[in-house]
Design a protein around this ligand. Structure first.
Ligand SMILES: [Zn+2]
Length: 263
């Protein structure tokens, strides 16, 4: 399995990305400071994740330090399950409130894109021709809203990327076998994906599941992206490494993912 370890910090990486050109990681929950139920490298602090803010900040600094990225270079957002994309020109000033969005792009090496996850799909993007990186947060809602499609379109419009140049990594997140969905979600998947919906909604007895990995891979392919790597790691199956909102019934933390261009 493609994991690296730096001191106490263990993270997953995609081997399709050029490590000369960019730095990226999807951090496991190991090696941080938080106690149960957030143990231990929790990087989320909100009404849903009532961990101590100073501890969460220190966890994030540990993560950035392990990758050699300045913690003050971070650009992060308030993730709301939208398909809104922000192009970051500079790090988010510490005293500035988060903007709401679920995708961030940058062509600036002094900006580190950062997001938080616990079952939703992290999608990392790199255009090695135009030197642009991106990160997308896609749960079921972000997937039916085609957040990753809209992000690729933004790369084309804003940075003149060609979709066939873009490389994409679909990171650890909840697998279909652990992701039973109700009739309303299944209905929206059918509406958005049409004839393809059948293979995105496997069944187990009477239960319907949603294959978020395949759905986002399909959206990327339809957008013209050719090089796609899927981690195939289920967060709910591997609670030793990942937080899972579903498997831990909401009492859990958030793991971090970052991507940045090397200077
Ligand atoms: Zn699983």
């Amino acid at each position: 399995m493609p994991f690296h370890q730096v001191n106490s910090i263990r993270y997953y990486y995609f081997d399709i990305f050029d490590s000369e050109a960019l730095t990226h990681a999807i951090f496991t929950r190991r090696g941080g400071l938080s106690p149960e139920p957030w143990a231990s490298l929790n990087v989320g602090a909100s009404a849903l994740v009532p961990d101590d803010h100073a501890r969460v900040r220190n966890n994030r600094i540990l993560a950035f330090d392990a990758l050699g990225r300045d913690p003050d270079s971070m650009f992060d957002v308030w993730q709301i399950h939208s398909a809104d994309v922000i192009c970051a020109e500079k790090p988010r000033p510490r005293d500035r409130a988060h903007s709401q969005a679920d995708a961030i792009l940058t062509d600036r090496p002094d900006v580190t894109l950062f997001m938080r996850f616990a079952d939703c799909v992290p999608i990392l993007l790199h255009d090695p021709t135009r030197q642009v990186v991106g990160i997308v947060h896609a749960g079921w809602l972000g997937t039916v809203r085609r957040a990753v499609t809209i992000t690729v379109e933004a790369m084309v419009e804003r940075y003149r990327s060609r979709p066939e140049d873009i490389r994409a990594g679909i990171g650890p997140s909840i697998a279909a076998h652990h992701y039973r969905v109700g009739a309303e979600v299944a209905g929206q998947v059918r509406e958005v994906f049409g004839d393809e919906a059948g293979r995105l909604l496997p069944t187990q007895g009477a239960a319907v599941q949603f294959d978020l990995w395949r759905a986002n891979q399909l959206l990327l392919e339809q957008a013209g992206v050719r090089e796609i790597q899927v981690s195939g790691i289920c967060t709910a199956c591997h609670l030793e490494d990942w937080y899972s909102h579903r498997a831990e019934k909401g009492k859990t933390g958030r793991f971090g993912a970052l991507i940045a261009l090397n200077g």
